[in-house]
Design a protein around this ligand. Structure first.
Ligand code: ATP
Length: 441
């Protein structure tokens, strides 16, 4: 099964989805660059999330806060003290592990190293803070230390009052943000699953204390629906895991993970947490600024509770790719395809002249020009039609439009469906609407 990941990594490089970062210098561990198709896929993921959060709902506002924040933020949030992972090294083979992910007890001297199998070579777990540190200004001294944010959520908490008063929202309401986060992970890997620089899509929903259990369930169900209906994941690959008390993060009263079955096992895709009034109370305490809300309806004054949905954008991209990857045999010939949801696909339609003569290229170019305004289309006249189809299959393009001899007679084209391989004839003048019904742009 791990082989699927190798094949996917190779496909991503070949087709321009994802490249290793700094490749000409030998690469840099767990850093990746999104290529021409990858950046479109990623933008489509963000667009669908942003749309479902801020466009289709009246009770969520958007925000784009700075990556660099006052260092006290991370003291108040608990990250300076608690944002640590237990690190275990093997003195023999130099392998490095996260103690909580080893599945064995590293403190037992009889435990063999999971990599080299030697006993008595594992170090005791040491706590390691995951925040990247840097200095603000020219002097590298302790007082100038700041952090690259390890999550986007804190920028939302700090702007709670600004957003509430400027948008005139009343509780319950949410604030959504997409942005980069940085974590000095001990064990990055599995392609873009765990990296040190990544993008999060986080929404913090501010609510009245006591209403938190129902909002937690609401958001759990809504987020699962989003992955199934909007990203188009196969339902048997998605499940919800409820955190046991010993799994809960320091800020959480209850939590669910949305999980996906990757080739390397069931893993977290998104966390949905009941954070209570932990965050706003801590910032109230550390900043000295009131974080209370006066509820007109109940005439109560309280520090709002928060239910958060915290998703990884890169991880969603990976999940969409893994879920879409297929190897098939068609008429004795192998084909690889990415069966991406049409609304996610980086190219919505390939436009081909069947042959490079009889005016077919001109018609295909004209169609490309007409559709460009609404869709991502790709004109291709190079190689046999079969080869062009295969290239689009691998790129995840849901539809291919071919101009052929019949087009010359009646202004219709053949549209081939990537998944079913069905072909149908469509009048050129109806193409835009036909695609529009199948692709949400
Ligand atoms: P883990 O326990 O796997 O390290 P976490 O529980 O710390 O993850 P959260 O802090 O809840 O993760 O982060 C929310 C989401 O952000 C995750 O569900 C994931 O999609 C994404 N994410 C977190 N860390 C990374 C990373 N290093 N690389 C890519 N995405 C990440």
């Amino acid at each position: 099964m791990e082989k699927v990941m190798d094949k996917l990594v190779a496909l991503c490089k070949r087709r321009g989805y994802v490249f290793p970062s700094s490749e000409i210098y030998g690469g840099i561990n767990a850093c990746w660059d999104y290529g021409p198709l990858g950046v479109r896929l990623k933008n489509n993921v963000k667009r669908l999330w942003w749309r479902s959060m801020t466009q289709l709902r009246d009770d969520i506002e958007g925000l784009d806060a700075a990556i660099l924040m006052h260092p006290q933020v991370w003291v108040a949030s608990g990250h300076v003290e608690n944002f640590t992972d237990p690190l275990v090294d093997c003195r023999e083979c130099k392998a490095r592990f996260r103690a909580d992910e080893m599945g064995v007890d590293p403190t037992d001297p009889n435990t063999p190293c999971p990599r080299c199998g030697n006993r008595g070579t594992l170090t005791k777990p040491r706590l390691f803070n995951l925040m990247f540190k840097t200095f603000m200004g020219p002097v590298e001294e302790d007082s100038a230390v700041i952090y690259l944010r390890p999550e986007t959520a804190q920028g939302i908490y700090l702007n709670f009052e600004n957003v509430r008063t400027s948008s005139r929202q009343k509780i319950p309401f949410g604030i959504a943000q997409i942005g980069k986060a940085f974590r000095n992970e001990i064990t990055p890997g599995n392609f873009i699953f765990r990296t040190r620089e990544f993008e999060q899509m986080e929404m913090q929903f501010f609510i009245r204390p006591g209403t938190d259990p129902e909002w937690l369930e609401h958001w759990r169900d809504e987020r699962v629906r989003w992955y199934l209906e909007e990203i188009g994941l196969r339902s048997e690959k998605v499940r919800v895991h409820e955190h046991a008390p010993d799994e809960l993060a320091h800020y959480a009263k209850a939590a669910y993970d949305v999980e996906y079955e990757f080739p390397f096992g069931w893993k977290e895709l998104e966390g949905i947490h009941n954070r209570t009034d932990f965050d706003l109370s801590r910032h109230q305490e550390h900043s000295g600024k009131k974080m209370e809300y006066f509820d007109d309806e109940t005439k109560q004054r309280y520090v709002p509770y928060i239910v958060e949905t915290s998703a990884g954008c890169d991880r969603t991209v990976l999940t969409a790719l893994v879920d879409a990857y297929r190897e098939e045999e068609v008429e004795g010939e192998a084909r690889v395809l990415l069966s991406l949801n049409p609304s996610l696909a980086p190219i919505h339609a390939g436009i081909f002249p069947l042959v490079k003569r009889d005016g077919m290229p001109e018609i295909a170019e004209r169609i490309t020009g007409e559709l460009k305004d609404r869709f991502y289309v790709f004109y291709d006249e190079a190689g046999s039609i079969g080869k062009r189809y295969r290239r689009m299959d691998e790129a995840g393009t849901p539809f291919c439009v071919t101009v052929d001899s019949e087009t010359l007679q009646n202004e219709s084209v053949t549209v081939r469906n990537r998944d079913s391989l069905d072909q149908e004839r469509i009048a050129i003048r109806d193409l835009g609407d036909w695609l529009g019904e199948r692709v949400r742009t």
